[in-house]
Design a protein around this ligand. Structure first.
Ligand code: NAD
Length: 345
C-alpha cells in the first residue's frame, strides 16, 4: 500500500483525497496538511487520518512514501524541491512553478537527484488521462480527419480565483492547453499571439477576461484558445480539430438530459471536478501503480511542465507587447525532451 502525504486540502486537494481513498487501489492517504489548519483537520477527520504541522514535516514523515501537492500555485516549487531532497516521488498539481526559470531549476534538481534513474516528479496535467482527449489523440494519430489544420479550444469557468490577473489566468488555466495541444498534435508550439476582446465586467485593468490566445505549432497548425474565467454559465471545456478531410472534437460528458417545457436541455457543472473526475481518477491510479512498481510514471514530467511554462512566458510577452507574435524560447536543456512526453498514455 502506497502511503500518500497530501499538501493542500482545498477544492482540488480534498477531491484528490476522496478519489485516492475511495476510487484508487493500492494507495491510502496517510497524513494531510494545509496552511489553514481547520481545513486540514476537517479533511483529515473525514478520512480518519493524521494532520502534520507543516509541509516539511509531512515530507520528512517516515510513514509517507509519496507526496501529492495541491496547495496554492506559488508554493509548488518549494515543496517539489523539498520532495527531491527527501528522495520521495511527488505528484504536483499544475503549474510546477509560476515561471519557466523556476521550472528549469526543478528539472535540473531532479536530474541531480536521480540522474538517469526513475524520475520523481509528475505533473497533474490530467487532460492527458481524460477519455475524450485520449480518443481525440488516437483519432488524429490514425489520420481519421487527415492532416490537422486548425484547433479550436474553449476554456470557460463560472468565476475566477480571487486576485486573478491576466498573467495568472495564463499560467494557471491556459497552461492546460499549452500542455495538451502539443501532446495531441505531436508538435511543439513555436510562436504565439495574445489578443484582448472587449472586457467583461469581472475583469480589470490588470485582468483581461476573456482572452484569446493563438498558438502555432511546428506542423503549421494554428490553434486558438478562447479563455473566459468569469463566463458565469458553467464550466465548459471544448476542443475541435479541423483536418483536411473532416473535423473531430470532444462532446460534453453530460450526466442528465432534461425534457421539459417543450425543450431539451443539459446542464453544465459548476467547476472542473465533475467534468474531469474520470481523468483525475485515471491519473492518480497510473501514478500509484508506477510508484509502487518503481517505474517511471506515465504522467506529464517536469520537462513537460517546463515546456508549457515556456509557452506561457511567450504568451505573457505578447500580452505586454500589444498582441505581437512572439517566438517560444528554446529551453536550452538539450538533455531533456522538448516535445510531448513519450511516456504519456
Ligand atoms: N489539474 C486541475 O484540473 C486543477 C484544477 C483546479 C486547481 N488545480 C491546482 O490545484 C491547486 C489547488 O487549487 P484549489 O482549486 O484546490 O485551490 P483552493 O484555494 O481551493 O485550495 C488551496 C489550498 O492550499 C492551501 N495553501 C495555500 N498555500 C499553502 C502553502 N504554502 N502550504 C500549504 N497549504 C497551502 C490553502 O489554504 C487552501 O486550502 C492549485 O495549484 C491549482 O492550480 C488544478
Amino acid at each position: 500500500m502506497l502511503r500518500v502525504g497530501l499538501i493542500g486540502t482545498g477544492n482540488m486537494g480534498a477531491d484528490h483525497a476522496r478519489t485516492l481513498s475511495g476510487a484508487v487501489s493500492g494507495a491510502a492517504v496517510e497524513v494531510v496538511t494545509d496552511l489553514d489548519a481547520d481545513r486540514a483537520a476537517e479533511v483529515a477527520a473525514g478520512l480518519g487520518v493524521r494532520t502534520a504541522a507543516g509541509a516539511q514535516q509531512l515530507i520528512d514523515d517516515e510513514r509517507v512514501d509519496a507526496v501529492l501537492i495541491a496547495s496554492h500555485d506559488d508554493s509548488h516549487a518549494e515543496y517539489v524541491a523539498a520532495c527531491l531532497r527527501a528522495g520521495k516521488p511527488v505528484l504536483c498539481e499544475k503549474p510546477l512553478a509560476p515561471t519557466s526559470a523556476a521550472c528549469r531549476d526543478l528539472v535540473r534538481a531532479e536530474r541531480a537527484a536521480v540522474g538517469d534513474g526513475v524520475p520523481l516528479v509528475s505533473l497533474g496535467f490530467m487532460r492527458r488521462f481524460d477519455p475524450g482527449y485520449v480518443e481525440l489523440r488516437s483519432a488524429l494519430a490514425e489520420g481519421l480527419v487527415g492532416r490537422p489544420l486548425r484547433v479550436q479550444c474553449t476554456s470557460r469557468g463560472v468565476s475566477s480565483y480571487p486576485g486573478s490577473t491576466t498573467e495568472s489566468a495564463v499560467t494557471n488555466s491556459a497552461v492546460h492547453e499549452f500542455d495538451v495541444l502539443p501532446w495531441l498534435l505531436g508538435s511543439p508550439v513555436t510562436e504565439v499571439s495574445w489578443q484582448r476582446p472587449a472586457r467583461a465586467a469581472a475583469g480589470s485593468d490588470t485582468f483581461a477576461d476573456p482572452q484569446l490566445i493563438l498558438l502555432r505549432t511546428a506542423d503549421d497548425v494554428l490553434s486558438s484558445v478562447d479563455l473566459f474565467l468569469n463566463a458565469g454559465y458553467g464550466y465548459d471545456v471544448r476542443c475541435e480539430v479541423l483536418g483536411e478531410t473532416g473535423s473531430v472534437g470532444l462532446v460534453q460528458p453530460h450526466r442528465l438530459v432534461v425534457d421539459a417545457r417543450r425543450a431539451r436541455s443539459v446542464g453544465y457543472p459548476a467547476d472542473w471536478r465533475p467534468r474531469f473526475a474520470d481523468a483525475y481518477r485515471l491519473e492518480l491510479q497510473a501514478w500509484v501503480d508506477a510508484v509502487r512498481a518503481g517505474r517511471a510514471a506515465p504522467l506529464a514530467t517536469a520537462a513537460d511542465a517546463l515546456t508549457a511554462s515556456t509557452v506561457a512566458d511567450a504568451v505573457i510577452a505578447s500580452a505586454r507587447d500589444g498582441g505581437a507574435w512572439h517566438p517560444v524560447a528554446s529551453m536550452s536543456l538539450p538533455e531533456y525532451s522538448t516535445g510531448p512526453s513519450e511516456r504519456s498514455p
